[in-house]
Write a protein that binds this ligand. Structure first.
Ligand code: 8X3
Length: 251
């Protein structure tokens, strides 16, 4: 395990193997954090950790033993937790809902965020200046046909996160919800079970956000002084008005 200098602040990023998680880990490392990168894909996080001088922890956030191991991999206080692991599977209407997809979405987005946050809260409080960033989605406050599994999980994840604002009042922990719209990551590829054509069509005719666009905002949040809590931040591409309404150039 990499040794952390006593004065170096620690950040934990889940879902760090790609996309927003990976970009956020790189941004926080560039800001001087020692970053603990957690994800299921061992090879990806090992390479990332080597690049940024961080610590890789192979962890599925839905597995209680893996979450315990993640907490144990952080020997001292934790200053920043980025709950980024999660995602969508499928786009079926309620009358054709796939229970396995629903379970996966609730397990990763909601119970994963719950377990990791619960495990690290004592270390965040102990830091004297903690920050929990939870990456939800515009699906945390919008709904759309075929999206109920994902939108309900994101609504719940957001409710869990926002509840902490009250429960932690008086403790030295800031809480920020980041709610992105379309971001060009593996998100749609995972949602459509690896169907590249269908995934690419989601971003046809517009310029989606990139993972770096989101990571830069998280870096800004993390670099504010302790009394400044950026509570909720919604980030969309200019061409996206809602989950179902976007302006697309025909090609
Ligand atoms: C996904 C947001 O706009 O791609 O979290 O449906 S969107």
């Amino acid at each position: 395990m990499t040794t952390t200098a006593p004065e170096q602040r620690t950040a934990v990023v889940t879902g760090a193997s790609s996309g927003i998680g990976e970009a956020t880990a790189r941004t926080l490392a560039a800001q001087g954090f020692h970053v603990v990168v957690a994800a299921r894909r061992a090879d990806r996080i090992a390479a990332l950790a080597t690049d940024i001088g961080g610590t890789p922890v192979v962890a599925d956030v839905t597995d209680p033993a893996a979450v315990d191991a993640l907490a144990q991999a952080c020997p001292g206080p934790v200053h920043v937790l980025v709950n980024n692991a999660g995602g969508a599977k499928g786009l079926a209407n309620v009358d054709a809902a796939d229970l396995e997809h629903w379970r996966w979405m609730w397990e990763t987005n909601v119970l994963g965020t719950l377990q990791v946050t619960r495990a690290l809260l004592p270390k965040l409080v102990a830091s004297g200046d903690g920050l929990v960033v939870t990456v939800t989605s515009i699906a945390a406050f919008e709904i759309y046909d075929g999206g109920a599994g994902y939108t309900s999980a994101k609504h719940a994840q957001s409710a869990l996160h926002r509840t902490l604002r009250g429960e932690l009042l008086g403790k030295p922990v800031r809480l920020t919800e980041i709610a992105p719209g379309m971001v060009d990551t593996e998100f749609s590829l995972v949602r459509f079970g690896g169907d590249r054509e269908r995934a690419d069509a989601v971003y046809d005719g517009l310029t989606p956000l990139t993972a770096v666009d989101i990571a830069e905002v998280i870096g800004f949040v993390a670099s504010r002084p302790p009394h400044v809590d950026l509570d909720q931040i919604v980030i969309r591409p200019r061409d996206q008005a809602s989950a179902t309404r976007a302006h697309r150039q025909s090609t």
